[in-house]
Write a protein of this length. Sequence first.
Length: 207
Amino acid sequence: MRAKTWTEEEKQILVDLYPLMGSDDSKAEFYKLSRRLGRSHSSLRKQAYRLGIAQRKGTKTRRAWEKEELELVKERAGVVPLKVLMQELGALWTKHNLPPRSRNSIDGQIHYLGQQVTTDPLDGDWFTVTVIADALRCRPSLIHQWIKDKELNKVLKAVPNGECQAPYIIKRVNLKRFFLAYPGLLDSTRPNMNWLIDIVAGKGYGH
């Protein structure tokens, strides 16, 4: 059965009301939120991880996004590569003595704000499903379908990453081989052609 898509209104309610885990009334608030949205506890937690408002298992609190962080993300996401945005956020965290956030937490906040990630064509040797989906301008579920298909994944070779927000990562050279082997699968996407050309024809990352 296909999961029900989260609406922007539901996401906003989740961001506003997701309880601080470990507080005295967190369990009761969690049940209220589950009933209000008509979603299972598992669904709430998964979406909270995607939006970057929940920490990994074992932590008791989450850090709310500071005004300066949100303003920087709103201003720069889609304008500069994600790698550059992370560097700018890093400078902000250092200036205000704030703990850093993961790349996937930033990804989640960018998506929540309805903005696009600018994918740097030379942004490393490994890619998350979110980054690939952004570059291909498709839903992450399409990339997950490729990963779940045993024949396709023999070429794609997605690697378990151990992160709730980025459960798989894919090596650049395997993306190249995959796109060359199955070009027809790109028909259902609207790829960033600069990114795609760099993956297929770029140098310095294997052949």
